[in-house]
Design a protein around this ligand. Structure first.
Ligand code: COA
Length: 259
C-alpha cells in the first residue's frame, strides 16, 4: 500500500498515478520514497515490464517539489534533498524497462524534471510545462538544468529556466520537450498502446538502447553535482525565504538580491 501513489498492474504494465490532489500532486519526500520502491521493484521483478507515470485528477501531472516542505530546508538539508531527488530520477532514466510519462496537466518544476527523466513523454492538450523555480528564488534541483538542456538545447533551456515561463503542450512538442500531444481523452490509450508496442520488442535489446543512449551523457555528472550545490546555495539566500513565503502567502515576491 502506498500513501501517495495509486498503482494499477495489468499485463506487466504498472500505471503509477501520483495522488496528492490537495497539493496538485506535488512531490513531497514520502512520494519520492514511494517512487524509489516502485523503481527498485521494477528493476528486480520479471512481472514488472514497464511503467507509465501519470498524475491523478484533472489538473496536474505534478506541480513541482512540495514548496511547503522545501521552504523549511536548511542549506545542508537542501543539498541532500537535491541529491535524493537526483538519485530517484537517475533510477528512472537508467531503468532497463521502458518508463513513459503520460503528462495530463501541470508539469512544473520537479514535475517537468520527473517527466524529463522518463524515456518518452506523451502530453495531453491541456498539459503545461515549465521550470518556475526562479519565481521562488531557487533553481531546479532534480536534474532539470541538465536534462532540459539535453532535450531542448542550451538557448531554450536557459530561457525557460531564467524566465520561469510556463509553455503549453504544443510548444513543448515544437521544442522537443515532449514526443507527442494527444487529446486529453486519448492520453492513457495512446500511451498504453505505445508501451505495449515496445513490449513486443526484444526486452534485452530495448534495455541496451536505454543503456547506450544514457552512456553518451555519462560525462555530465559534474553538472548534476553543480546543480545540487547551487540549489543548496540558493536556500541560504534571503530571496529563497521571500520566494517560498510569497507562494505560501499567495502574493508576489519582492526579491532584493541580498545574500
Ligand atoms: N507545493 C506545494 N503545494 C502546492 C504546489 C507545490 N509545488 N503547487 C500547488 N500547491 C497547492 C497550493 O498551495 C494550493 O493549496 P491550498 O489550496 O492549500 O492553498 C493547491 O495546491 C492548489 O494550487 P493553486 O495554486 O491554488 O492552484 P491554481 O490552479 O491557482 O495554480 C499552479 C496552479 C500549478 C499554477 C500553482 O499551484 C503553482 O504555481 N504551483 C507551484 C508551481 C511551482 O513553482 N513548482 C516548482 C516548485 S519547486
Amino acid at each position: 500500500m502506498m500513501e501517495n501513489l495509486t498503482i494499477d498492474h495489468t499485463d506487466g504494465i504498472l500505471t503509477v498515478s501520483i495522488t496528492r490532489p490537495e497539493a496538485l500532486n506535488a512531490l513531497n519526500l514520502k512520494t519520492l520514497s514511494e517512487l524509489i520502491v516502485i523503481l527498485q521493484q521494477t528493476y528486480e521483478q520479471a512481472d514488472h515490464r514497464g511503467i507509465i507515470l501519470t498524475g491523478a485528477g484533472e489538473k496536474a501531472f505534478v506541480a513541482g517539489a512540495d514548496i511547503k516542505e522545501l521552504s523549511a530546508l536548511t542549506q545542508e538539508q537542501a543539498y541532500s534533498f537535491a541529491q535524493n531527488g537526483q538519485r530517484l530520477f537517475k533510477l528512472i532514466e537508467d531503468c532497463p524497462k521502458p518508463v513513459i510519462a503520460a503528462v495530463n496537466g501541470y508539469a512544473l518544476g520537479g514535475g517537468c524534471e520527473l517527466a524529463m527523466a522518463c524515456h518518452i513523454r506523451i502530453a495531453s492538450e491541456n498539459a503545461k510545462f515549465g521550470q518556475p523555480e526562479v519565481n521562488l528564488g531557487i533553481i531546479p534541483g532534480y536534474g532539470g538544468t541538465q536534462r532540459l538542456t539535453q532535450l531542448v538545447g542550451r538557448g531554450k533551456a536557459l530561457e525557460l529556466m531564467m524566465t520561469g515561463d510556463t509553455i503549453d503542450a504544443q510548444e513543448a512538442k515544437a521544442i522537443g520537450l515532449v514526443n507527442h500531444v494527444v487529446p486529453k481523452a486519448d492520453l492513457m490509450t495512446f500511451t498504453g498502446d505505445m508501451m505495449r508496442r515496445i513490449l513486443t520488442k526484444g526486452p534485452f535489446a530495448v534495455s541496451q538502447v536505454i543503456k547506450s543512449v544514457n552512456a553518451g551523457f555519462g560525462f555530465a555528472q559534474a553538472g548534476y553535482e553543480a546543480e545540487a550545490q547551487n540549489f543548496a546555495a540558493c536556500t541560504g539566500n534571503a530571496d529563497f525565504v521571500e520566494g517560498t513565503s510569497a507562494f505560501i502567502e499567495k502574493r508576489q515576491p519582492q526579491f532584493k538580491g541580498e545574500r
